[in-house]
Design a protein around this ligand. Structure first.
Ligand code: PMP
Length: 450
């Protein structure tokens, strides 16, 4: 019986899962997770709560890095996928226009400002970024790309080329791409003046880079510069999109309409892999407007019925919840709590964010590595207190907080209270483990501010 066999796998002992992971998935992953404090198996997720194999409950303040906007197993999302199953919609034919991806593309166009109205669907954020980069080259006939310091856009060759991570050197020659400081319009214009840049790729808020917000008006001005120099602006909303920061798309707060918008993560309600880029009819036609080229950029899983049904249901559910107003309300509550903790605890250097995407940067007068260790200690302390968070990929001194949008105010309050306890106990004592000299240096900075 298939279901019995799956049940048996889901009920496997943690040591077996660890062994199989180390043997067949990633030899170092279990060890690394252990060092980060995550030596436990999460076996159940319901709404905003995760359960480990020992039955301990955790509030999910990470939401799969933003990909679980409606909580785990949102009934609305399953209902949509069940309906596809009942209807026996073909899994993949590929040789006919399909109702679900067409409807999803229209619903995205309805929610986005003109002229963003043509979508391409794929299976991940990285794939969508790659598609956007190819589109930009095809329409501009230029090769170079520009991205921001601490920008994160993914792991495939194209997306990695425009990601600010020194470790990418390991992969040899990538696409031609220059890094500029985030928020620096002067540096952007200097680079664009050479008129060889196909696209500039930016996030409205740098999530993996440490939850960094640009100066006011930066993105709108960047768009103007791109238009002046014939460069495509790609806005990566893989993490900020779908009401994460308040508005349905963060571009609304920034007053910018990019040439290409990239979405993924939350789009399918955490149920199915999905990624999308959305552009104008004009750019699409310039790249793929001929019969010969109309499928030059393609993918088997471009708009699978289950993923598209899940995405449609996610959009409708976000509408029904009035997600922008809901996120602003809960976000204001979270922000007030975080700011009051920052005012009391010298170990917090800064809190930054918008809506339900926040970063807490720790302060330690020590080298970067120690800062990252202290941030990880905060994550471990929170985990032990029953709250799942994690540091940002490109800045491990920043603890990110991005719960499902459906998080309850009481759960936010519980999280803030746990954080207060962890800051007052575990974080104050962390420098002791870093050695005497480090402790002497850090002691003054880590006490309560009062
Ligand atoms: N862009 C941004 C802004 C992201 O945060 C991520 C993932 N963290 C990606 C792109 C890549 O998405 P994926 O992991 O689905 O390829």
């Amino acid at each position: 019986m298939i279901s019995e066999r799956i049940d048996a796998i889901l009920g496997a002992a943690q040591t077996d899962v660890e062994q199989e992971t180390a043997a067949h998935l990633n030899p170092k992953m279990v060890e690394a997770l252990g060092l980060m404090g995550f030596k436990r198996q999460f076996v159940r997720g319901e709404g905003c709560t995760l359960y480990d194999a020992d039955g301990n409950a955790y509030t999910d303040m990470l939401a799969g890095y933003g990909s679980v906007p409606l909580g785990h197993h949102a009934p609305e999302v399953w209902q949509a996928m069940d309906t596809v199953r009942q209807a026996k919609t073909p899994s993949f034919v590929l040789m006919a226009p399909e109702a679900l991806p067409a409807a999803l593309a229209r619903e995205l166009a309805d929610r986005l400002p003109d002229p963003l109205e043509v979508s391409f669907f794929g299976s991940s954020g990285s794939e969508a970024v790659d598609g956007a980069l190819k589109l930009a080259r095809a329409v501009t006939h230029r090769d170079a790309f520009v991205y921001a310091e601490r920008g994160y856009h993914g792991s495939t060759f194209g997306a990695l080329s425009v990601t600010s991570d020194g470790r990418k050197k390991k992969f040899g020659t990538l696409l031609e791409a220059s890094e500029i400081p985030f928020g620096d319009l002067g540096a952007l214009e200097v680079r664009l003046r050479r008129r060889d840049v196909a696209a500039v790729v930016l996030e409205p808020i740098q999530a993996e880079g440490g939850v960094r917000l640009p100066p006011p008006n930066y993105l709108a001005q960047a768009k103007r510069l791109c238009a002046r120099y014939g460069t495509v602006l790609i806005l990566d909303e893989v993490q900020t999109g779908l009401a994460r920061t308040g508005p349905m798309f963060a571009l609304e707060d920034e007053g910018v309409v990019p040439d290409v918008l990239v979405l993924a993560k939350a789009l399918s309600g955490g149920a199915m892999p999905i990624g999308a880029y959305v552009t104008s009819k004009k750019l699409w036609a310039a790249a793929y407007g001929s019969l010969a080229d109309h499928e030059l950029h393609c993918a088997t899983y471009r708009g699978g019925p289950l993923a598209c049904a899940a995405a449609l249901s996610t959009l409708w559910t976000l509408d029904a919840l009035d997600a922008p107003a809901m996120v602003r309300r809960k976000g204001a509550h979270l922000e007030a709590g975080l700011r009051s903790l920052a005012a009391k605890h010298a170990s917090i250097h800064a809190v930054r964010g918008r809506g339900l995407l926040w970063g807490i940067e720790v302060r330690v007068p020590l080298p970067e590595l120690a800062k990252a260790l202290v941030a990880q200690q905060l994550v471990i302390g929170l985990l032990e207190a029953g709250y799942v968070t994690q540091v940002c990929t490109l800045d491990p001194s920043v603890v990110r907080v991005e719960p499902p949008l459906t998080i309850a105010l009481e759960q936010i309050d519980g999280f803030l209270a746990a954080m207060e306890r962890v800051l007052a106990t575990r974080i104050r004592s962390v420098p002791r483990t870093l050695g005497r000299a480090a402790w002497d240096l850090a002691r003054s900075a880590l006490g309560p501010k009062s």
